[in-house]
Design a protein around this ligand. Structure first.
Ligand code: ZN
Length: 350
């Protein structure tokens, strides 16, 4: 029988320093494993193209937390890492301009080696960071370098736990956007099936509240990053990871925040909102899968797709898997009717 290779197998190989091209002959790859390989190849080609341009020169042997102090310092000040520092400052400015951070809130991390990451400093507004403020840490959170003596963010453990649990996470962004944080305070997962962009790029879950910066908080978030790229942190904020770059992790915030605002506006208009059909959602999930973005709904039957329990308790898409379109719309009408009657009863009893 042919050997089936899953994304977990590949992740283990990468973690163990093995070459993923040395797969057994005739091995079958699962769709997610294929995406994983494509991302890996894409990242390598990108690096190679930059190297050809002379814009980035990769060190001869990869720098790790075990490299000499001189090697780590040289890498920390290399054009490659300096370019990432400037990208982090840019994302920080956008977080502040969009009012996704307040005071010294929010933090950003980017993986720059097997067990090292660049991150933002503590006690600095994300809107006014300079490249020399950035810190380099190992995956346990020990600080290895800083440009001007600043300490790493106190919430770094959460970023590192995400990176350890989800090897594809190369960048993480954490902030407190008000609308999304409102959902996190209420403990409500944003309802689904309303806007394509959100369905394609975001996979949201809620992690319970723990004191920020504690290993326990990081663990609860890390438990969710296998299937989700955007985690609402109860009574706190949001953290997102990307397998592309730091700007992509930041985009997750813009998409989530715009979505939460839109959902609230839609529900204030006094009309039942229209949602996508399970078949329409299925199409979007196919695109999502092809982009290598995880979603726990990938592979579910259409009838299992739209569970908006948290938003409107007791209301759930209950389309029979064998139903044709006409039954679907009757079900939708029935749902609207039930909602209208429920509203009447609720208003009458006040
Ligand atoms: Zn925070």
């Amino acid at each position: 029988m042919k050997q089936v290779i899953s994304v977990k197998d590949l992740e283990e190989m990468v973690r163990g320093g093995k070459d993923v091209r040395s797969l057994p002959e005739g091995a079958l790859l699962t769709p997610l494993a294929r995406d994983f390989l494509r991302d890996l190849e894409g990242a390598k080609l990108y690096k190679a193209s930059l190297a050809k341009d002379g814009r980035i020169s990769e060190p001869e042997k990869p720098v790790t937390s075990k490299s000499s102090k001189a090697e780590i310092d040289a890498y920390f000040n290399s054009p490659k890492v300096n370019a990432l520092k400037s990208q982090i400052c840019d994302v920080g400015r956008r977080l502040w301009q969009r009012e996704y951070v307040d005071g010294n809130g929010g933090n950003i991390a980017v993986r720059v080696g097997e067990d090292i990451a660049l991150c933002t400093p503590t006690l600095v507004s994300k809107g006014f960071m300079k490249e020399e403020d950035m810190c380099l840490v190992d995956l346990e959170g020990n600080q290895l370098c800083s440009g001007n003596g600043k300490r790493r963010t106190s919430e770094i453990l959460m970023h590192l736990q995400i990176m350890k649990r989800q090897p594809r996470a190369i960048a993480t962004v954490h902030c407190h956007p008000p609308y999304a944080t409102g959902f996190a305070v209420a403990g409500v997962e944003p309802p689904t099936c309303m806007i394509p962009e959100y369905e394609v790029f975001s996979s949201v879950a809620i992690a319970p509240y723990r004191t920020p910066g504690t290993p326990e908080m990081g663990m609860l978030v890390a438990d969710l990053v296998d299937k989700h790229n955007t985690i609402l942190m109860a009574n706190h904020g949001v953290v997102a990871w990307s397998h592309n770059d730091v700007e992509d992790a930041y985009f997750k915030m813009e998409i989530l925040e715009a979505y939460c605002r839109t959902v609230l506006v839609a529900h204030q208009l006094g009309k039942p909102v229209n949602t996508m059909t399970p078949a329409q959602l299925q199409d979007l999930l196919k695109i999502k899968q092809s982009l290598g973005i995880p979603d726990p709904r990938i592979g579910l039957k259409e009838c299992e797709l739209c569970d908006n329990e948290g938003w409107r308790p007791g209301v759930m898409c209950a389309v029979d898997g064998t139903a044709d379109r006409s039954t679907v719309s009757v079900d939708a009408e029935a749902e609207v009717l039930v909602q209208a009657i429920t509203d009447q009863i609720m208003n009458g009893s006040k």
